[in-house]
Design a binder for this molecule. Structure first.
Ligand code: ADP
Ligand code: ZN
Length: 712
C-alpha cells in the first residue's frame, strides 16, 4: 500500500517490513484498488529511489523474459539490478562525487605550483583530460596518495566536487580503422538499409574475416545517431582484447561489465549506461538486462557459444533475449560467428534473419588446411602420434609456434589399478575423479568432490596405480621434456586461475618466437595467435558419439574455432586432427567441405529426427536424495501434463538423467517437446504453480529449463 505523499512509481525500489525482515522490492505497477482486503496489505516503509531505476520499457522486457522462461518476475528483475541495489542501499549514482577542474584551475595550468610537485602533477593529470571528472575511487586507484594534494587544490578553488552521474564520459581520440573490403562493405550496407529499425542479421564469417570491423562500423553509425550500443561477448577473457579495439576506435568511452569487476565498478557502469552518460557497454551474458538509454544496436559476438546460456537459477539465453530486446527497442541486432548455431542458421532458412557472409580472411591471411590423422594403429605417447610429433618438431625448427588442443584439464581423466581393476570413481557422481598430479588430488569436475591421491590401491593395496588417458597437465609434462629448448605455455582453468595469469601467459607467447601452446577450449575463443602455424587436435572423438544430440554440433564448432587460431599471420597454417573414427560422416564433411556443409547436413538430421531447431523443448529437472522421490514427483507432473497438453506436445520420461547421480543427488528428467512453440508454452504457463503445490515437491529440488542447450 502506498502511504499518502509517498511517490512510488514503477521502476523504483521500495522497502517493506515483513515480520523481522525488511526486504526491498521493485514497483512493477501502481493500481487504484486491490482484491486483497486493505487491512491485509502492508504499507511501503520507504521509497529508496526518487527517480525510477528501470524504465517502463525495461520492466516490459523483464516481464517478457519472466513469462517466456516461466520464472518468477522477482528473480528476473533482481537479475537486472546490480548486487548492491538488491539489498536496501542507496544507489551509487546519487552519492558518488567526482573531482573536476574549475575555470580557475584551467587558468592555473599555465603556471603550476613550482614547489609542490604533487599538486602540480595532479593539476597536469586533469589538464591532460579536458572536461574530465574523476570519480574519487578512480583517483585512489590511479593516483594513490593523492588525497592531501586534492584537498589543497580544492581549498585553492582549482578543482571542485561534482555529482558523477551528471557528467558524461569525455570523448577520447578516435583512430580510423582499415577501409572495409567488398564483403564487409556489403554486410554493412545490407544492415544499414533497414535504417535504425529492427532487423536481425547473422554475420557468418570465417575466423579472421573482419567481423569485428563490421561491428565497429555499425557501432560508429549508431553512436553518430546519438544511440547506445550493447555488445555481448561469451567470456571475460575475451573482453580485454575487444575492449581495447572498441575504445581505440569509437571515440567514446566503453564500459565493461563482467564478473571480474567489483560490485562498485559494476554498479557505476550500470548507472552510466542507464543514464546515457556512457554509450557503449561490453559485457557477458547478464549484461543483456542492463537498462540502456536510447539503445540503437545490439551485437552478440560468437553467438554460437554455450556460455550465453545461464544454466542455474533463472535460466535464459542471452543470445535469444538479445533478439527480443532489439525488437522491443526497434533497433538492429547482429549475431556474429564463424560457426553459427544451427538455431540461427535455421532462422536464416526460414527468412527471419538476414544472412551476411564473409568468406575470406581480411588482410590476406589464408584459411588453414585441415587434415585428419588416423591414429587407429599408431602407438601414442601421452596421446600424441609420431606423425604429429614430427610435424611439431619441424614447425618449431622453422621458428614458428604450435598449438595443441586437448579439452581435458588435469593429468589424466581417471586413475586405475592394474592389480585389481579399481578406478577412481567419484563417490558422489556417476563420473570419474580426474587425477590432478600437481596438486596431488583426485577431483571430480562435476560435483567437485576431492580426495588426496592414494599411494596404493584403496581396494587391493597394490602399489600399482596408473593414470589412464591424458589431460593438459600430462601433455605439458611430456612436451616439456621432449622439447626442452622451447617456451611452453599452458592455458586451462587450473593454469590461469589467478587474476591476470591468462594475460601474462599470452604475453609470454606473443613475445616468443618458436613456442608450444597447450590448452583446453579456453584457446578456442577469439584470441589471435599470429605466429601459430600448426594446430594439433589431440583427441576429437569425445564429441562424435555424445549422448547429447548437440554433441556433434559442439564438436564441429570447437574444431573450427581452434583451427581458426592458425595461420592468422603471413604464413599459412595447418591443422591436424587425431581421430580413431576417420570415416565418421559428419567429421568427414566438416574436414572436406567446411562448416557450412557440415551445418547443412546436421540440420537435415535434426529435421528428420524432429529435434530442435525444428521443434521446441522444455526440460523439467528434478533431483533428490533418493531416486524414487524425484521419479514420483515427475510421474505426478506427467499425469497432469498428459491431461492438459494440447495436440502436438510430446512428453518423454520421466527418465534418469544421463548423469544419474551428481553431488550425491539422484537426477530425473521429464522432457517436453512440440513443433509449435505456443502449444508447448500453453502447457508450461501453469506448470510451475502446479508443481510447487504438489506434496511430492517437498522432497525434491526442481527446475524448468526452456530451450535447454544441454540435456545432462
Ligand atoms: P574476426 O572478428 O572475423 O575474427 P577481425 O575483425 O578481428 O576478424 O579481423 C581479423 C584481422 O584482419 C584483424 O587484424 C583486422 O585488423 C584485419 N582486418 C579486418 N578488416 C580489414 C580490412 N578491411 N582491411 C585490412 N585488414 C582488415
Ligand atoms: Zn563428483
Amino acid at each position: 500500500r502506498i502511504p499518502a505523499g509517498c511517490p512510488a512509481v514503477p521502476g523504483s525500489r521500495v522497502r517493506v517490513s515483513f515480520g523481522r525482515t525488511r526486504p526491498i522490492g521493485v514497483v512493477l505497477d501502481v493500481a487504484a484498488s486491490s482484491k486483497v482486503a486493505a487491512n491485509r496489505l502492508k504499507a511501503i516503509d520507504a521509497v529508496l529511489d526518487p527517480e525510477p531505476l528501470l524504465s517502463a520499457a525495461d520492466l516490459d522486457f523483464l516481464g517478457w523474459a519472466a513469462a517466456y522462461y516461466h520464472h518468477p518476475i522477482g528473480e528476473v528483475v533482481a537479475a537486472a539490478l546490480p548486487l548492491r541495489l538488491r539489498k536496501s542501499e542507496t544507489a551509487l549514482a546519487s552519492g558518488e562525487s567526482a573531482w573536476a577542474l574549475t575555470a580557475a584551475g584551467v587558468e592555473q595550468l599555465a603556471s603550476p605550483p613550482q614547489r609542490a610537485p604533487r599538486q602540480a602533477g595532479l593539476l597536469a593529470w586533469f589538464g591532460a583530460r579536458p572536461g574530465y571528472s574523476a570519480a574519487q575511487a578512480l583517483l585512489r586507484s590511479e593516483l594513490p596518495d593523492s588525497a592531501p594534494a586534492l584537498r589543497v587544490l580544492r581549498d585553492k578553488g582549482w578543482i571542485e566536487a561534482r555529482e558523477l552521474a551528471a557528467i558524461p564520459d569525455p570523448p577520447v581520440g578516435e583512430v580510423a580503422g582499415p577501409a572495409l573490403n567488398q564483403d564487409q562493405a556489403l554486410a554493412v550496407s545490407r544492415l544499414s538499409d533497414a535504417g535504425s529499425r529492427f532487423v536481425v542479421a547473422l554475420l557468418d564469417g570465417v575466423t579472421g574475416s573482419g567481423k569485428t570491423e563490421v561491428y565497429l562500423q555499425l557501432a560508429a553509425t549508431a553512436l553518430a545517431r546519438g544511440r547506445s550500443v550493447l555488445v555481448l561477448v561469451p567470456e571475460i577473457s575475451l573482453t580485454p582484447q575487444l575492449l581495447r579495439r572498441f575504445r581505440h576506435r569509437l571515440g567514446t568511452t566503453v564500459r565493461v561489465m563482467h564478473s571480474g569487476l567489483s560490485d562498485t565498478e559494476r554498479e557505476q557502469a550500470w548507472h552510466r549506461v542507464r543514464l546515457g552518460l556512457s554509450r557503449v557497454l561490453l559485457g557477458t551474458r547478464s549484461s543483456i538486462f542492463t537498462p540502456m538509454a536510447d539503445l540503437g544496436l545490439v551485437i552478440v559476438d560468437e553467438e554460437h557459444d554455450p556460455s550465453f546460456t545461464q544454466t542455474e537459477g533463472f535460466r535464459y539465453s542471452a543470445r535469444d533475449l538479445a533478439v527480443v530486446r532489439a525488437q522491443r527497442a526497434d533497433c538492429p541486432v547482429v549475431l556474429g560467428s564463424a560457426t553459427p548455431s544451427l538455431e540461427s542458421l535455421r532462422n536464416v532458412q526460414a527468412g527471419r534473419y538476414r544472412h551476411l557472409r564473409l568468406e575470406r580472411r581480411a588482410g590476406g591471411a589464408q584459411i588453414p588446411r585441415i587434415g585428419l590423422l588416423d591414429v587407429r594403429d599408431q602407438p601414442l605417447r601421452s596421446g600424441l602420434s609420431e606423425p604429429l610429433l614430427a610435424r611439431i618438431s619441424a614447425t618449431l625448427a622453422q621458428g614458428e609456434q604450435v598449438m595443441l588442443f586437448l579439452n581435458r584439464r588435469g593429468f589424466a581423466p581417471v586413475l586405475g589399478c592394474f592389480g585389481c581393476g579399481w578406478l577412481s570413481n567419484c563417490p558422489r557422481c556417476d563420473a570419474r575423479q580426474t587425477l590432478h598430479r600437481a596438486s596431488s588430488l583426485l577431483w571430480c569436475h562435476h560435483g567437485g568432490a576431492q580426495r588426496r591421491v592414494p599411494l596404493v590401491c584403496p581396494e587391493c593395496g597394490a602399489a600399482d596405480l596408473h593414470p589412464l588417458g591424458q589431460g593438459t597437465e600430462q601433455l605439458e609434462e611430456f612436451l616439456a621434456e621432449r622439447f626442452a629448448n622451447y617456451p611452453l605455455i599452458r592455458v586451462d582453468r587450473d593454469a590461469t586461475a589467478r587474476k591476470g595469469a591468462l594475460e601474462r601467459q599470452l604475453e609470454r607467447l606473443h613475445a616468443a618466437k618458436a613456442a608450444l601452446l597447450i590448452g583446453t577450449q579456453m584457446l578456442a575463443k577469439g584470441h589471435h595467435f599470429p605466429r601459430v602455424t600448426l594446430v594439433g587436435v589431440v583427441d576429437a572423438d569425445g564429441g562424435l558419439y555424445s549422448a547429447d544430440f548437440r554433441g556433434t554440433e559442439r564438436m564441429a564448432q570447437l574444431l573450427v574455432q581452434v583451427a581458426g587460431r592458425a595461420g592468422r599471420g603471413e604464413r599459412p597454417g595447418q591443422v591436424l586432427i587425431q581421430t580413431r573414427y576417420p570415416d565418421h560422416p559428419l567429421l568427414r564433411t566438416l574436414v572436406r567441405d567446411g562448416y557450412p556443409a557440415f551445418a547443412a547436413e546436421a540440420l537435415c538430421e535434426r529435421r528428420v529426427a524432429g529435434l530442435p531447431p525444428y521443434s521446441h523443448q522444455a526440460l523439467l529437472r528434478a533431483d533428490a536424495t533418493r531416486a524414487e522421490y524425484a521419479q514420483a514427483f515427475l510421474e505426478q507432473l506427467l499425469e497432469w501434463a498428459t491431461q492438459r497438453a494440447g495436440v502436438g506436445v510430446e512428453l518423454w520420461g520421466p527418465v534418469p538423467a544421463p548423469m544419474t547421480r551428481r553431488a550425491g543427488r539422484h537426477r530425473v528428467h521429464l522432457l517436453m517437446q512440440a513443433v509449435q512453440r505456443d502449444v508447448l508454452h500453453a502447457l508450461l504457463s501453469d506448470l510451475p504453480a502446479h508443481a510447487a503445490g504438489l506434496t511430492a515437491a517437498r522432497r525434491v529440488r526442481w527446475s524448468l529449463d526452456v530451450d535447454p542447450v544441454d540435456l545432462y
